[in-house]
Design a protein around this ligand. Structure first.
Ligand code: SF4
Length: 471
């Protein structure tokens, strides 16, 4: 094992190594949780969740993060793999909110009022399917049952579909209480937009972003997708350049995985129009160069953030963590998910709400929580969760920190991992010295492969074929 001690600067760098990527490009979890959702079982129900929630009030009342899932969208994007309902009828919003309000009330009873809500996030679907009045009411109801932090240290964000609001609406979102905004863009090229059934004006998208900046939103974020039909290095590069000019604090650049047998909307995408795997890798390589060259840090997986953005700062200060929305700050929060399909991460458990709208309504109408599956973490899960989080968030595992946390020697605990770790080191994905394991710049795009070495469920999970390829 090497004696080399990598610098912080090196840990932040990312290097595109085509040969390694091709060799290690196999299916694997994205590690937004550990254990992953494949391990959730129905024996973990609402009662089990309520027990963990009450226990989490003691001994130290951690702050809370609330996530609300709004499942409606007016039109179908053909690449979409989300749990959503396509409807143009805005009247679907009211009965859903009615159940969500009752769920907020039930959840609010589980948590002590001295637990402040530092984070509040609306995702979907399309949260802006709801009217401004409905969004405002949602915050008011949440504020009646939870203690919402009421100064600008709070992190209140909303995912916005730029086709559903105008630049003028951004001020209303601010007045309602949001101080962070995230925009779905995907690609500005009209030919790509037609092929994915998502026609979105470049001008109005950029105007929304500009409005958020001039109104002083604490963070703006943009989602792009590479690997969509008719995308090429040049055309996608043009989209990336336009976004760089608009200077969002954060960017997510997701890989489109074409799985039409699993996600029926994707059957409307013609496989022959997709870029080849080689072209996709070229697009990815160029995108990384463009973003890192323009002052964005590669945080990990699909995420980039400007130096100075709170995501970059959290990575430096050790408060970054991964949850079902990707990378997040405020690692000390318990995450409470509300609405259909939402996932909670409270104390040492994960739980998920019903994915079906009608049965979600039926459970709430009976006065029950909507949790239908989940998992309580064992001591071994907690240890592996810590190790995988360190790799995903910081690209390293410190051996003394491990011993301090778990009163165990790292290499003794993971003795079965030695051969695989040795191989990863030989291939240049990691460096191992007497103090730590560090993911090398060439291994950062393949960090999931490093995590898989510590995943006790991989053999079982792999057979379930639920995961996308690493790149
Ligand atoms: S991509 Fe977003 S807006 Fe499009 S259908 Fe899916 S959830 Fe709705």
């Amino acid at each position: 094992m090497s004696e080399k001690a990598p610098s912080t600067k090196k840990r932040k760098a990312v290097q595109f190594n085509l040969e390694l990527i091709k060799r290690y490009n196999k299916a694997g979890p994205r590690y937004t949780s550990y254990p992953t959702a494949v391990q959730f079982t129905e024996s973990f129900n609402s009662k089990a969740y309520a027990g963990y929630a009450r226990q989490s009030n003691e001994p130290i009342p951690r702050p809370l993060s609330l996530y609300f899932h709004i499942p409606f969208c007016s039109t179908l994007c053909f690449y979409c793999a989300c749990n959503k309902f396509i409807t143009k009828k805005k009247e679907h919003g009211a009965p859903y909110l009615d159940r969500l309000f009752r769920e907020i009330e039930m959840q609010g009873r589980l948590y002590d009022q001295d637990r402040r809500v530092e984070q509040f996030h609306l995702g979907g679907g399309t949260p802006t399917f709801l009217s401004m009045e409905q969004l405002s009411e949602l915050l008011r109801v949440a504020g009646r049952h939870f203690t919402l932090l009421d100064d600008d240290r709070r992190d209140f964000s909303i995912e916005v579909d730029p086709r559903t609001i105008t630049a003028g609406s951004v001020e209303e979102l601010k007045q309602i209480g949001f101080n962070r905004i995230s925009l779905g863009v995907q690609d500005f090229d009209p030919k790509v937009q037609r092929a994915i059934h998502r026609l979105q004006s470049e001008e109005s998208t950029l105007a929304i972003l500009e409005a958020a900046h001039s109104l002083g939103f604490r963070s703006t974020s943009v989602d792009l997708i590479y690997g969509l039909p008719f995308q090429g290095v040049e055309s996608f590069g043009t989209t990336v350049e336009k976004i760089i000019k608009a200077r969002p604090g954060r960017l997510s650049v997701f890989n489109y995985a074409h799985l039409p047998d699993l996600f029926s909307p994707q059957q409307r995408i013609n496989a022959e129009d997709l870029p080849s795997p080689e072209e996709k890798l070229d697009i990815l390589s160029q995108t990384i160069n463009q973003l890192t060259g323009a002052g964005y840090r590669y945080i990990g997986m699909d995420h980039f953030a400007l130096e100075g953005d709170e995501l970059s700062e959290a990575q430096d200060s050790g408060t970054l963590y991964r949850n079902f929305q990707g990378y997040a700050t405020h690692s000390d929060c318990d995450l409470v998910g509300l609405g259909i399909t939402s996932i909670s991460q409270v104390g040492d458990c994960y739980s998920q709400n019903d994915r079906d709208l009608e049965s979600y309504y039926a459970r709430i109408d009976k006065g029950k929580l909507a949790v239908v599956r989940g998992v309580g973490l064992t001591e071994d899960d907690r240890i592996r969760h810590w190790v995988i989080s360190q790799l995903m968030c910081y690209g390293q595992i410190g051996f003394s920190a491990f011993t301090e946390q778990f009163d165990a020697d790292f290499f003794t605990y993971f003795k079965e991992a030695h051969p695989e770790l040795g191989q990863l080191e030989e291939d240049g994905l990691v460096v191992i010295d007497e103090r730590e394991i560090t993911v090398e710049p060439a291994g950062r795009l393949l960090v999931r492969n490093v995590c898989m070495v510590f995943d006790a469920y991989i053999p079982e999970s792999a057979t379930k074929r639920r995961f996308s390829r690493v790149i």
